[in-house]
Ligand binder design. Structure first.
Ligand code: SF4
Length: 572
């Protein structure tokens, strides 16, 4: 496997083999993006300037048949948090990139004109994308598919990325060809836009360069795990992440009305049950895999009343951010917001949290979906109004001198009230990437080991351990290219270790694998320190300590000191 360093200005590519003595050996996905950033990106650089790099990395298990191993990690210095960032995404292209033997594509420099990058059997080439300027992702994907065939892989930006908006995402095509999968968090679409790359197009190849050292051993680990996942996640496959809406509301932890409440009286209208009803009645699809090798298949295809594709996949996070958080109680409206955000290429969480603050300051009336559609239209145009809403929640909150902003390190908080879900408060406060549920989602029922007692959901007991373990195990999964729905658990670290050993012909134990995960987090913390984001910043906005959550009266109860000292465990 190799790293391809692509200068987007000169259009030259330099390949670097990852041999056993390379410092990048046994680094993939987030491990590789974070190491390259830590080594090569000046921590104080302008995230949208020439010195930043956009790294697109496949995982250590990507390209193998290991279940749910087809994710891409995209990394760079974040224009949203000004710290290190990795956001990962499913879809078609990761396995295709791996098939060319590319573990990481590193975009360097800055082009003056808008370009496409093509990857095919002849290598890496460029073409002008000028005539696609301003294209939404939907139209872009349709045109590219007509031109290059249905089996291509695509990473792209919409107009939010072209306009360098700090909440812009990088889209990837799903198995149906829609631009529905997004490396959404942290504004990496703006980094791609700053390099003036509209899309990276991967042409399918007949054979793959991915090799498995001991296929028999690999199957012995991978096959039973795939079977177990398919069976144990069956219910999750049918209802997917939206199934959590009513549960979170019942716990009092569903952020509602800009985190002013934790239960939504209309939760049932935007629930997984309602979504299931609509999708099945209208001829949409459930149990959809978002990328090859997925055996869980938690995605859905949401169609309108006439059976036409509206969005895919409509997920819990989008429903909370643009539903309960804005008092929008109609799934069709939320699906349309999702479609428009995917088209313009913007993070649905950051956008919804930004709209929540806009409604709280009285710029938009609560529940006004029509106005939300118009605002996304302004983001598409790159107008002043669009910039107000497209640059993240802190940007908008700052413009109105509003203090009650749900964010950590500049990134909007996702769909679990940290006052209620105690371990989530730790994950949000301490993660190097800012408030990010995917970095260690300690939500109802989630444990990091079946044999440990982490206490009740809403009490502090056991939660420092739980968040630490989940964050560490998730870092490992992110480096494998694995979806975190396979489970960031102590038990699954054994399975990952077995798969790695069989794939690479090595002999690691679980502690060795966890050491890799610890080093990744250390790299990220070190980069942030140099970028001016020290451990002192680890905290939640004060209103989570001052205002009890409605209706179950909880506050964030961990001390600032506990958040600041949290990562000292890495040296234990
Ligand atoms: S479990 Fe869901 S999110 Fe994960 S790879 Fe499968 S479809 Fe995608």
């Amino acid at each position: 496997m190799k790293i391809a360093r692509v200068n987007v200005n000169t259009e030259e590519t330099i390949y670097e083999e990852i041999s056993e003595d390379s410092k990048y050996y046994l680094l993939g996905g987030r491990g590789l993006t974070s190491r390259i950033i830590a080594d090569e990106v000046p921590p104080l650089c302008d995230p949208l300037g020439e010195e930043n790099k956009l790294i697109i990395a496949t995982g250590l298990l990507t390209g193998s048949p290991f279940p749910c191993s087809g994710r891409t990690s995209i990394g760079g210095k974040s224009p949203l948090t000004n710290g290190i960032k990795e956001a990962n995404v499913g879809g078609r292209p990761s396995i295709m990139l791996a098939s060319y033997g590319i573990r990481a594509l590193v975009l360097e420099g800055k082009s003056l004109e808008l370009k496409f990058i093509f990857i095919d059997e002849e290598g890496i080439k460029f073409d002008s994308a000028q005539k696609y300027e301003g294209f939404g992702n939907y139209k872009l994907y349709k045109d590219l598919t007509i031109k290059y065939g249905k089996r291509i892989g695509i990473y792209s930006i919409g107009s939010a990325g072209e306009h360098l908006m700090k909440a812009a995402s990088v889209a990837a095509n799903d198995l149906e060809g829609y631009p529905s999968r997004h490396a959404a968090r942290g504004g990496l679409g703006a980094v791609m836009g700053s390099k003036r790359i509209k899309a990276i197009i991967i042409i399918p190849r007949k054979s793959s360069e991915v090799r498995i050292s001991d296929i028999k051993k690999f199957r012995e680990v991978s096959k039973p795990f795939a079977k177990e996942l398919a069976e144990s996640k069956r219910n999750f496959s049918i209802y997917g992440t939206p199934n959590m809406v009513t549960g979170m509301s019942a716990y009092g932890g569903l952020p509602t009305k800009n985190f002013r409440m934790g239960s939504y009286d209309k939760a049932i209208e935007i629930s997984g049950e309602r979504l299931h009803e609509l999708v099945t009645a209208r001829g949409g699809r459930k149990r959809v895999p978002c990328s090859p090798t997925c055996v869980i298949k938690c995605s859905n295809i949401f169609v309108d009343e006439n059976g036409n594709h509206l969005t895919s996949s409509l997920e819990y996070e989008t429903i909370f951010a643009n539903g309960s958080n804005l008092l929008i109680d109609n799934l069709d409206d939320i699906a349309r917001i999702d479609h428009l955000c995917d088209d313009v290429g913007i993070d649905t969480i950051e956008f919804g949290v930004t709209m929540g603050v806009a409604m709280d300051v009285g710029k938009v009336t609560w529940g006004n979906a029509e106005r939300v559609f118009e605002i996304i239209g302004e983001i598409k145009k790159g107008s002043e109004t669009g910039k107000l809403y497209g640059n993240g929640v802190c940007h908008l909150g700052g413009k109105f001198n509003f203090k009650r902003i749900p964010h950590v390190k500049g990134q909007g908080i996702s769909g679990y009230d940290p006052r209620v879900f105690k371990a989530m408060s730790i994950t949000y406060a301490t993660n190097p990437m800012g408030a990010d549920h995917t970095s260690g989602a300690a939500i109802a029922g989630r444990v990091a080991s079946q044999t440990k007692d982490y206490g009740e959901l809403t009490e502090n007991k056991g939660k420092l351990d739980l968040s630490y373990e989940l964050q560490l195990y998730t870092t490992v999964l992110d480096s494998m290219g694995c979806c975190y729905f396979i489970g960031p658990s102590w038990e699954n670290m054994n399975i990952i270790t077995g798969a790695l050993n069989a794939m690479y012909g090595i002999n690691l134990n679980r502690e060795d694998v966890l050491k890799i995960g610890k080093q990744i987090i250390k790299d990220e913390i070190n980069f942030n320190e140099k970028a001016g984001i020290s451990q002192d910043v680890n905290d939640l906005p004060s209103f989570f300590r001052e205002e009890p959550s409605e209706p179950i009266n909880h506050k964030v109860t961990f001390s600032k000191k506990e958040f600041q000292n949290f990562w000292q465990k890495l040296d234990d």
